[in-house]
Design a protein around this ligand. Sequence first.
Ligand code: VG1
Ligand code: CO
Length: 543
Amino acid sequence: QTIRTVPTEPIEGQKPGTSGLRKKTPVFQQHHYLENFIQSIWTGIGGVEGKTLVLGGDGRHFNSQAAQVVLRMAAASGAKKVIVGKGALLSTPAASNLIRTRGADGGIVLSASHNPGGPEGDFGVKFNTANGGPAPESVTSKIFEATKTITEYHILESHDVGLRTEGSFTLAGMEVEVVDPVTDYAEMMAGIFDFDAIRALFKSGFRMRFDAMHAVTGPYASAILEGTLGAAPGTVINAIPLPDFGQGHPDPNPIWAKPLMDEMMGPNAPDFGAASDGDGDRNMIVGKGCYVTPSDSLAVLAANATLVPAYSDGLKGVARSMPTSRAVDRVADALDIDCYETPTGWKFFGNLLDVGRVTLCGEESAGTGSDHVREKDGLWAVLFWLNILAEKRQSVAELMAAHWREYGRNYYSRHDYEDVDSAAANELMDNLRGELPVLAGHSYGALKVRDADEFAYDDPVDGSRAEGQGLRIWFEGGDRAVLRLSGTGTSGATLRVYLEALETDPDKMDRDPQEALAPVISAVDEIAGIRKRTGRDAPDVIT
Ligand code: VG1
Ligand code: CO
């Protein structure tokens, strides 16, 4: 086996976004594209010599081939060991767990997460550090710098190695350990939740549907829900990971998980429904006739955390991304614990979790997690809900009603305008940014602007500062609108408009969110000229 040194040139645009580098699959398949980026990761982390890495992906098209390239390049650069999920599969939270429990120096997750896959879909590469979390900006910026100066990469000449069976072998002196992707993760879940209580819940006739969306969570959900917890066979649907996710869009929201939504809103709905995304870190929660917004879900988990064995001593604190609704803030207030507000993207929670300032965190984009790993964790959130329901023996709708009665309801919705012309989207943001200082005091329909700014975050642990993290407009009475451009898309720009209105009147807890938010929706359109500038009448996706 010889190590080849291959001359190459920098390729433009290899800048990691909100969550790793994401591009159209054919872009990743271009000559040297993946190799350049992997070599730049090695450079960005100060070399991979003597290091142990975890490797796996969500099974999308190009996953297997890319995994072989990573193995050959890790061996060529002197890595000591790579722990890889069987079939090159690992959900993002399972990878995070393995990095932590095996004391690895980091890991590579091959995924474009909730983006569609397939030959014309998206592919992605994420690097996680030794704490199991997404690389912070200090690391991704070094990786990006390396992509701009790269002149050669190193790769082993070898046949593809077999990843179909568990066990260890060596590849040019590097140990490769193939592990079952589910075992360690399932064990960790059993250590967090009251599996006996959940088993009893299913035994009592509680019915559930889990839509794995043909993505990586299928094997995890089948093993844990149906295998260990006794949910009825057929509870988990679309359970086999497919390279193109069955032509679907593995994003668990009411639009892309519509078949599940339809079932849950229909006459024969089971008691509880859930879905997860491509790489298994997102979750959607829906009860019989009752969709739970991710922001509310986070608040409910925080309010009921002590029902779960692992959190029975209470929470150290909570954190949410800035655009996430302030429902969890109200719970934190009541519990008298700290609530942190961070920029969008899981990497910003890492430091707070590492130093023990927070136990739970979440994002409005269907991400929820805790200090058990350093990624958001879809199935964990579903098990958390099951544990709560097993203790409370209430329906999701009853639980939500009680929650809102106690804390008030933060009506919430996100409107996405996808594949907008990039120049038009940037112009919209630039223009609004320019107007922020003069908005206060002006009225738009029934709403008056109280304040407006651009969010910047000073990390209280390492002092790093992240600027340009979203434009915020507050209205008198507490309503809020936030605008930002997505950092995970692969074509054009995606404008995200986050809308929130607090309601504390107990008689107004059952409104249609779009209706409750109508004044904010029209005010922000008037302020930012969304319809005019994007040329769209309505959002593409409403969550
Ligand atoms: C989106 C979400 C963000 C999430 C990120 C990665 O980012 O808004 O909350 O952390 O996706 O999620 P953006 O920049 O497109 O808004 V995942 O499940 O795609 O890794
Ligand atoms: Co994801």
